[in-house]
Ligand binder design. Structure first.
Ligand SMILES: [Zn+2]
Length: 255
């Protein structure tokens, strides 16, 4: 049974029957060191959503995968050519429209599957809370069993185009990876102690932090590590989707 909306016909949508959960993957369009594509976060999260929905539906879930959003919050990467950016206000507007559509179709469970660290959906979810009957769930997918996933990496540092992220792409889209072009993903330290220690937060100007946008050394990445990490993430996400699909919304939901 198909579940990826943009590939379904009206007949297939009708045959699917009652939809319990919709999953919305959200990525970004930004450089990732010299060796990964601009769509890295989008490609990864979209595929993770697809695998997770498939696993949940195979166990009886009624989960539909919505078209993914390929652009995220990225104004701090404008130092690199062709970085694209949706503001948080734009994301809120898009989500309002998606929720409006879901309400019209009497679908009341939405999972945002986020693939990009700059997308801050918590404030948006709080903004929408109480204004819709759609229950919104948020998963930053790379945080799912993060310790278990990072155990598989030799270099656990870094956060962008690093060993983990490169491994995911090597497994999912090997034809888009050019590891021989990668630099070591070294970053510059701030002149301020509080920022170095992590208790002062700033929007980091990415071209001043990094050399070629990479943060973390990707050289030890491989497809086998990527496969294991993605299995951990999708096993857990699909279990949640199935649980959510099977639960009824009552007055105490989700407690
Ligand atoms: Zn990324």
């Amino acid at each position: 049974m198909k579940f990826k909306l943009i590939e379904m016909t009206l007949k297939e949508v009708r045959d699917f029957g009652k939809v319990e959960v919709c999953v919305l993957p959200w990525g970004s369009c930004e450089p990732h060191n010299l060796h990964l594509p601009y769509g890295t976060d989008y490609f990864t999260v979209e595929k993770i959503a697809e695998i997770s929905c498939k696993k949940a539906n195979e166990k009886g879930g009624k989960v539909i995968l919505l078209p993914g959003m390929p652009i995220g919050v990225n104004s701090n990467l404008f130092g690199f050519p062709l970085t694209l950016h949706f503001s948080t206000t734009t994301q809120l507007a898009i989500l309002k429209d998606i929720i409006y559509a879901l309400e019209n179709h009497k679908i009341y469970k939405l999972v945002i599957l986020n693939g990009h660290g700059g997308n801050e959906f918590k404030a948006i979810c709080r903004e929408l809370y109480g204004k819709t009957s759609v229950k919104i769930f948020l998963i930053d997918w790379w945080t799912v069993k993060k310790d278990e996933m990072l155990k598989l990496c030799e270099d656990k540092t870094g956060e962008h185009g690093n060993e983990a992220e490169t491994s995911w792409l090597m497994y999912l889209y090997p034809e888009l990876v050019h590891i021989e072009w990668a630099d070591e993903g070294k970053v510059n330290q701030s002149r301020f102690q509080g920022i170095r220690e992590g208790w002062v937060w700033i929007t980091r100007p990415w071209h001043l932090l990094t050399t070629n946008s990479g943060y973390g050394n990707p050289k030890k990445a491989n497809a086998e590590k990527g496969k294991k990490m993605i299995e951990i993430a999708t096993d857990n996400i699909s279990n949640f989707l199935l649980e959510l699909s099977n639960e009824k919304i009552d007055e105490k939901f989700p407690y």
